[in-house]
Design a protein. Sequence first.
Length: 137
Amino acid sequence: MEEPTKIPLTAVPLIFALAAPAAAKDVMTASRTFRIGDAEAVHVDFPAGDLVLAEGTGSDLRAIMTARCAHGGSRCIQQAREIRLVSEIRGKRLNLELQGEPKFNTHGLSIELRVEVRKALAASVKMGVGDIGVTLE
């Protein structure tokens, strides 16, 4: 059995690279580029929110996460900082999984994930609640 390689998104773990939300009214964004290597597919496990799959321009995969706190407040901001996008390479597939998203009492938190992949890469999604968009240009 092949041992998966886990690469946690610790450099930009949806702490959103800021100490406190600015005047943008509690909107935080983090992005990361993942080296695809010889992967032939990507799988996204996204429990809830808005997911956009778009054609990327390079050979790597780019993920951009945005968190919005509709009602503001420190509890929503703290919940956003606890969310992680974790990657794992298993065989020829790159798996991306959103972890740490609150199941209850979201305090107005909503998450959007935009994944930009090269057109030749197969993509699959496991999604609970929310909207998904696919853009191939």
